[in-house]
Design a protein around this ligand. Structure first.
Ligand SMILES: Nc1ncnc2c1ncn2[C@@H]1O[C@H](COP(=O)(O)OP(=O)(O)OP(=O)(O)O)[C@@H](O)[C@H]1O
Ligand SMILES: [Mg+2]
Length: 304
């Protein structure tokens, strides 16, 4: 997109302003997707304290409405939810020229970057964690609507993934409230969104989770494929009694009715014949510590 010099200077000053307000200085730019900028910062007082600021610039155009909606969607989720597998937020601010929030830095970067070195141990762990994170969101009637490997971040020691980027998320009234807007990223958008007038947003997330798991199993970024057909063909090379085949064929099923929910998927994975059982059991063991919702300040019953 073309920006005049004046506009660019303006954006830079907002970036500096955002840093100044929170006592940071810019380390590096992580993404510049106008009007949204994501940059890594460090504390002026202690350079070891590193954070990330996501800033939404207001440019007094029609785009502003969309920007405002996206920022509000993110903030409504991030202030409501506190969960080990969901992105956390430190603080946020609404300023005359921009909106911004500060979040922890996830040093290992995105799941997309980790795909080439993926192994079964990591992909099993990440699948269970993503399921637990999504199940928590869905239980709070939050549909993410843009689950993809770029929106999954990994902690420094590669032990944990978090679901990030709630710009397209929706908080719905009930688990069955239908939605009608096609949302998401090419290759991750479930087929029913193009066919049906109304569909279930939570089942759309489950399809996208299937694509994420496909990427981890095959260690390939789905954008490297030419079509969804290629994804389906590769699944057929797996043994049709294996759990990976079962999970992928189910989540990528074009019919949302047949697609598992997060709760049901965890129940399937927990069956004694599958290799995920111990991981899920250990998560359940940590349940009391983890399953907390900030706003209600209630400790939810143990569940993954
Ligand atoms: N907390 C963080 N730690 C490390 N990297 C981050 C963090 N937040 C964002 N990033 C990086 O910045 C990128 C963009 O962030 P984010 O997805 O929130 O912005 P976006 O503009 O909504 O992205 P898009 O529309 O492309 O999905 C991420 O894909 C990731 O590479
Ligand atoms: Mg993103």
């Amino acid at each position: 997109m073309y920006h005049s010099k004046k506009k660019k200077d303006g954006l830079l000053s907002y970036q500096d302003d955002a840093c100044h307000v929170y006592g940071f200085e810019v380390d590096k730019l992580l993404q510049d997707n106008h009007p949204i900028k994501v940059f890594q910062v460090r504390s002026k007082q202690d350079h070891n304290v590193k954070k990330v600021i996501k800033a939404y610039f207001k440019d007094n155009t029609d785009v502003d409405q969309i920007t405002t909606r996206q920022f509000m969607a993110e903030i409504s989720v991030l202030t409501k939810i506190h969960h080990p597998y969901v992105m956390g937020m430190d603080t946020m601010g609404i300023f005359p020229g921009y909106f911004a929030y500060v979040m922890p830095l996830y040093e290992t970067g995105t799941l997309t970057e980790a795909l080439p070195t993926m192994n079964q141990e990591k992909s099993d762990e990440y699948l269970v964690q993503l399921c637990a994170g999504l199940k928590f969101l869905h239980r709070h009637k939050i549909a993410h609507r843009d689950v993809k490997t770029d929106n999954v971040l990994i902690t420094a020691k590669e032990k944990r993934v978090v679901i990030a980027d709630f710009g397209l998320s929706e908080i719905l009234t009930t688990i069955d409230t239908p939605v009608s807007t096609i949302k998401g990223t090419h290759m991750y958008i479930s087929p029913e969104q193009f066919i049906q007038k109304e569909f279930n947003a939570f089942k759309c997330d489950m399809y996208a989770l299937g694509v994420v798991y496909w990427c981890m199993v095959f260690k390939v970024d789905v954008f490297d494929l030419k079509s969804t057909e290629q994804m389906k063909e590769s699944i057929n090379t797996l043994c049709d009694t294996s759990i990976d085949w079962l999970v992928l064929t189910n989540l990528l099923d074009p019919s949302p009715v047949d697609r598992l929910t997060c709760y049901n998927l965890l129940c399937v994975l927990e069956q004694p014949e599958y290799r995920f059982r111990d991981r899920i059991a250990s998560l359940r063991g940590n349940g009391k510590m983890f399953y907390q919702s900030v706003i209600n300040v209630l400790v939810c019953p143990v569940s993954v």
